[in-house]
Design a protein around this ligand. Structure first.
Ligand SMILES: [Zn+2]
Length: 78
């Protein structure tokens, strides 16, 4: 493998974070919410929709919480 091939592989690996529950591609918001709600040091993540189901909260509530985290200046959502 050439250096650039390794780099490309590494990059595609970095970009392939998917929800461990529904396998949807994750946004930084999904990852931030998971870290905030579950485990700051997590390396596997669930999307916001699956987390809502997991915690039994409506999606609107999650959006509201993220908005609040953001307003408090949480680094996970900046
Ligand atoms: Zn999911």
């Amino acid at each position: 493998m050439t250096a650039s091939a390794i780099f490309a592989h590494f990059q595609s690996d970095m970009n392939s974070k998917t929800c461990i529950s529904c396998e949807k591609d994750l946004t930084s918001e999904d990852i931030g919410f998971h870290k905030k709600m579950v485990n700051r040091g997590a390396e596997e993540f669930m999307c916001i929709d699956c987390l809502c189901e997991y915690f039994g909260i409506p999606r609107e509530k999650a959006d509201e919480m993220i908005e609040n985290f953001r307003r408090m200046g949480c680094v996970l959502f900046n």
